[in-house]
Each structure stands twice: as structure tokens, then as C-alpha cells.
Design a protein around this ligand. Structure first.
Ligand SMILES: [Zn+2]
Length: 469
């Protein structure tokens, strides 16, 4: 007689949440489990929940029903989850997450893969679609957020978070476990933050890398997946959104043998890429360029790049002092953040070095106030300051649909462009005066309005970024 089995969804517990007792039993029976391709994951007095990857695996169900004399509840899991679980069975339970034969790419988007994709597993399908969507929309981060009654997946596209899907909270454990499994994290550890990474291969044989970070919250573990993108290799001021005039101003400042060039704006306003573009322009064989960064974001051949390390007290100031003994022509300091780094940067820029750095200020003119507050004398600023660039990133209107929204973009936007304000020392002027400095746009908003007039972005987006209009 054949019993009818209906597949059971283990919603509240994930399949890796096996009791120690059952785990030990499974280890002793590993050979049997391998033969029947089934793993008991939960047990009570009358029932045994059995993980299988094929609902037609009646052999296993019948065998276990006979062996344990309990009602069997089949739990359908993905083949790779089952394989992983079987591989991991060892009396030393903490080895569980070190053995990982999974390479997600082999069964993800690769259309010519030898292994069949288990399309029937809703979680795999969900993540597959999610990753495909991220690729097509060039998303930078995926947020998996358990809320009180929902699981929300949000994506950051061109710097803005959007809701991708709202799911039932009952899926939380499966989705979270699946990602933790891919990232080789300890699935049984849910109270401490963890981080890891994994990669997968697309149908076009592109390998994509994800950084994974988990955070225990009141409603479960929140996960952020950060897509590691290909770093830019080509640097161009006009592509970044500088106007022709602004490019000329920048190139003029970069030609100077000594002085200070500052790029200002909040975190995420694209200051680094502006600095890298300037450095790649200066990157000639007859120049000695040293950088102090936190962290090194892009490696450029020809530059000598160093990274601050607070753990051993190697901070910006320490690096900068060492730089001055290394005979540099050009110094890039990731950030002027305190009085000490400000003073050393100013001194370097007055003693035959071109110094590039960043400051956190809202616009270009406030950079001077900020330096003054950091204890720099006005005459020093006049002597050394060459140029201040203030900047923000705004989303670009999609070329194809001009903001209406199409398959090629997300809500009418595609990619981002910089909006810049330059405060520069007038050509041939020996000193920099706030009054006599050339300010190309009165405000960043004026600069942004030009981008609106050129149909590169729109008012809604500019108001979102600049907050006033
Ligand atoms: Zn479009």
C-alpha cells in the first residue's frame, strides 16, 4: 500500500535548524541518508519532518515511515540545500558551515549549465529573478528587511531605495538562510552580525560579486547585499558632468606646481571619482604621486596608494607627515577631518606640493569657513588655495524615454551625473580671495538648473538631492 504524502512547508523553522539530538542521529545514519537522499530536520512524538529534493522520492518516505514508525511530513527543499546538508553532517557540528560545495553561479543564471535549475523552489526562483532584475537595472544594493508582518525587499538604484517586493513574513527564514548559505555564513547564528560574500555567473558569463552583511533586528535578521561592480578604468571630467568651462578651470588648477585643491560634498556625492579623475590626469612618469585613502577605492597604476589603518594608529596625519619625507610632487589626502590633518595639508601645499583633498561642506564658499574653523589662518588660505569644487550626484533622465519610464531604465532615470560649483583663484592671481575668487555658479541649484535645461535631469530629482528650489 502506498500512502499519499502532501508536501509540507516548514515556515517557522529553517531546514538547517536541526536539534542537536536529531543531528547526532543523522550523523550516525549518514550513509543511509546519502543513499535515500533525505534528511530528517524536525521530530516530535508522532511526526518526523523529512527534507527531500524530489517529491517523487517515495522510497525515502516509505523507508523512514517504516524505520521510525511515525507519520512522515515531507519538506521539499532545493537540491543544493539538501546536498549541502548531507555534506555537512558530521559529529562536529561547528564544521557545518565550513564545507560548502555550492557555487551559486553553476545553477543560477547560466543558461547552458549542465546542472538543471530547480525552478520549482520558490526561494531560488525569487532570488534568481531578483538578481536578474538588479543586473538589468544596475542596482547597487539589495536590502532584505524583516518587518512585523512582512518581508520587504528594497533595491538601491542610482542612489535611491525602491521597494522591489513585499512578501509574507513566513518566507523570512528561508530567504535569509538561502543567502547566508550562499555567503558561507553560520546559518545557526542569528543573534550576531556576520559578513561574507559570494559570486554568481550570468548567462553572459559575467561574474558578479556580492558582499553580504547581516544585522539581527527585532523582527529577524536584516541582510544587505552589496553588488561589487566593475571599477571604472576610464576617467573623464566631461563624462562626470563637468561643463567645458569647469573642466578648463580644473585643468588649470591641476597644472600648478603647488597649492590646494578641495572637493566638497556629503558622503556619496561622488567626491572620490572626481579626485581619481584628477589624479589620473596628473599621472605622468615624471610625477611622484602619493595618496592616503580610507579605503583605497580604485587602484590606479602609477600612483603610490596607501590606506589609513586606525587599528595601528596610522591615520591621515601620520601618513601625511611620512609623505613629506618621501619627496612627492602630488599628494592626495582622502579627507581633511581635523585640525592636524588640515595644518599638515596646508603646509604641504605651501612647500612645493600640489595637494588634493576633500571636505564635508555644503557648497564651495563654505570650504573657506571650514578651514578657518580648523585653525587655518586666512593668509595661509589665500596663499595656497587654488580651487574648491562642490558637488552632488543627480539621477540622469533616460535617453530612450526621457523620463516616462521604459524597460531600459528605472522610473525614467538611468545612471547619475554630477552637478558642480567651482570656486577658483582667478588666472594669474597670486592669491586667493573669497571676494575675488571666481565662483562659476552662485549656488549648486543654479548649476543644477543648467542640467535641467539641457534635459539631463529634472526638477523633481534636483529637489530630492538639493532639498530646495
Ligand atoms: Zn527609459
Amino acid at each position: 500500500m502506498t500512502t499519499q504524502y502532501s508536501i509540507c512547508e516548514l515556515n517557522t523553522d529553517n531546514i538547517f535548524d536541526i536539534s542537536d539530538e536529531l543531528w547526532q542521529k543523522n550523523c550516525q545514519e549518514k550513509q543511509l541518508l546519502l543513499r535515500y537522499l533525505a534528511v530528517p530536520v524536525k521530530e516530535d512524538e508522532s511526526k518526523l519532518w523529512l527534507a527531500i529534493d524530489d517529491e517523487n522520492n517515495l522510497n525515502a518516505l516509505e523507508m523512514f515511515a517504516f524505520m521510525v514508525n511515525k507519520q512522515i511530513e515531507p519538506v521539499l527543499v532545493a537540491s543544493d540545500e539538501l546536498k549541502y546538508l548531507l555534506n555537512a553532517l558530521s559529529p562536529e557540528r561547528n564544521q557545518l558551515y565550513e564545507v560548502n560545495e555550492l557555487i551559486y553561479g553553476q545553477q543560477s543564471l547560466a543558461s547552458n549549465s549542465d546542472e538543471p535549475i530547480n525552478r520549482s523552489d520558490p526561494i531560488i526562483q525569487l532570488l534568481d529573478n531578483l538578481f536578474k532584475f538588479c543586473l538589468s537595472k544596475n542596482a547597487s544594493d539589495i536590502h532584505i528587511e524583516p518587518r512585523k508582518e512582512k518581508l520587504i525587499i528594497r533595491l538601491r538604484i542610482d542612489g535611491v531605495l525602491h521597494i522591489y517586493k513585499t512578501l509574507s513574513h513566513t518566507l523570512t527564514n528561508r530567504v535569509v538562510s538561502r543567502i547566508k548559505l550562499l555567503a558561507k555564513l553560520d546559518i545557526s547564528e542569528t543573534r550576531l552580525p556576520q559578513d561574507g560574500q559570494f559570486n554568481f555567473t550570468t548567462a553572459l558569463a559575467e561574474t558578479l560579486d556580492f558582499r553580504v552583511s547581516t544585522l539581527p533586528t527585532s523582527y529577524g535578521e536584516k541582510i544587505v547585499l552589496r553588488l561589487q561592480k566593475n571599477k571604472p578604468t576610464h576617467f573623464d571630467f566631461l563624462t562626470l558632468g563637468f561643463t567645458n568651462e569647469q573642466q578648463a578651470t580644473l585643468l588649470n588648477a591641476l597644472k600648478q606646481p603647488q597649492g590646494l585643491i578641495l572637493v566638497t560634498g556629503p558622503t556619496g556625492s561622488g567626491k572620490s571619482i572626481t579626485l581619481y579623475t584628477a589624479l589620473s590626469h596628473l599621472n605622468q612618469t615624471d610625477k611622484h604621486i602619493l595618496t592616503a585613502e580610507d579605503p583605497i577605492e580604485i587602484e590606479i597604476d602609477g600612483l603610490i596608494q596607501t590606506q589609513v589603518n586606525r587599528g595601528i594608529n596610522l591615520d591621515f596625519s601620520q601618513l601625511l607627515r611620512t609623505f613629506l619625507r618621501q619627496d612627492p610632487d602630488i599628494i592626495m589626502l582622502g579627507e581633511i577631518r581635523d585640525e592636524e590633518s588640515a595644518k599638515i595639508a596646508l603646509r604641504a601645499s605651501q612647500t612645493g606640493h600640489l595637494v588634493l583633498s576633500t571636505l564635508h561642506t555644503n557648497d564651495a564658499p563654505s570650504a573657506i569657513e571650514r578651514l578657518t574653523k580648523l585653525g587655518i589662518q586666512e593668509y595661509e588660505i589665500r596663499n595656497s588655495l587654488l580651487l574648491v569644487v562642490a558637488q552632488r550626484l543627480v539621477r540622469k533622465l533616460c535617453n530612450k524615454c526621457l523620463g516616462k519610464g521604459c524597460d531600459d531604465c528605472y522610473q525614467g532615470y538611468k545612471g547619475r551625473i554630477g552637478v558642480y560649483q567651482c570656486l577658483s583663484r582667478p588666472p594669474f592671481a597670486k592669491e586667493f580671495e573669497k571676494q575675488t575668487g571666481c565662483l562659476d555658479f552662485e549656488t549648486l541649484l543654479d548649476s543644477a538648473k543648467q542640467k535641467i535645461a539641457e534635459n539631463q535631469t529634472d526638477l523633481t530629482e534636483v529637489e530630492r538631492v538639493l532639498g530646495y528650489a
